[in-house]
Design a protein around this ligand. Structure first.
Ligand code: GLP
Length: 243
């Protein structure tokens, strides 16, 4: 049974701080950990706060191995839309983590390479901490509806909802690739600790569906309620509502 806690905070600034407390607490005293950091806008405050705590000598992350969560299919690191590039700018660079230590998704989506990725992750003991955002349609990474709970790392077709949501990062829907590679729900939900960050009014409907509606493939994030992990959902008031 999942140990799931929901923490409602005032706003997106408080969300970054609360998430940083959580992640710092997790990393403290660990000699090695395997961490999945989502891209997207919601965790940006968390990463900036971690970098600032590290700069102030309050955080000494040691032995952190980063695992990539998702990437647009065929988009090279030099491309402005590269999610690896986004991770480099917001997580790796600010925290002084070398790019070459990252377990990266096969950007060409080759099925054998995806299977090797999952095996390598397993051989390394899986994920200790996954930091996730919530897609407008309830996706985790790019595990779109309807993703099987045990789905492996693979190529996916992006839904129109996701293409529209991602257009705000890159300009217009025409700039958003239509396919992606995602860490599968199978390996993701085997993480030992998961932090889901949710902010903004437009996530209100989907966060309540994910946490209170039926568990199933239509809303992949609902599977968090059946994961074996310790799950913490940190959600701001705009997303959660007044209740
Ligand atoms: C994107 C990404 C996810 C991200 C989610 C939420 O499409 N594939 O990894 O967590 O959607 O993004 P945001 O935090 O910008 O709302």
């Amino acid at each position: 049974m999942t140990d799931l806690r929901i923490e409602v905070v005032d706003d997106v600034v408080a969300l970054g701080r609360a998430a940083a407390d959580h992640v710092s607490g997790f990393l403290a005293g660990r000699e090695a950990s395997t961490v999945v950091p989502a891209t997207g806008e919601t965790p940006l405050g968390l990463y900036a706060e971690l970098a600032s705590r590290q700069g102030a000598g309050e955080l000494y992350p040691t032995g952190v191995t980063i695992v990539q969560l998702d990437e647009y299919l065929g988009v090279a690191p030099e491309d402005r839309r590269s999610l690896f590039g986004w991770m480099h700018r917001t997580v790796l660079g600010p925290l002084g983590i070398a790019d070459d230590g990252v377990l990266r998704l096969p950007v060409d989506g080759d099925a054998a390479a995806c299977a090797i990725f999952d095996r390598t992750l397993d051989d390394r003991g899986g994920i200790d901490l996954a930091i996730l955002g919530l897609g407008d349609n309830g996706h985790l990474g790019f595990n779109e509806p309807a993703s099987n709970v045990a789905s492996p790392t693979r190529v996916v077709e992006l839904t129109s909802t996701t293409i529209e949501a991602n257009a705000r990062y890159w300009g217009s829907t025409d700039d958003v690739p239509t396919r992606a590679v995602t860490l599968g729900l199978g390996p993701l939900l085997r993480a030992r600790t998961i932090v889901l960050l949710v902010a903004g009014e437009r996530k209100r409907g989907i966060v309540h569906r994910a946490l209170e509606g039926p568990v199933g493939e239509d809303v992949p994030a609902s599977f968090l309620r059946e994961a074996g992990a310790e799950v913490t959902v940190i959600v701001d008031r705009a997303a959660w509502g007044a209740s």
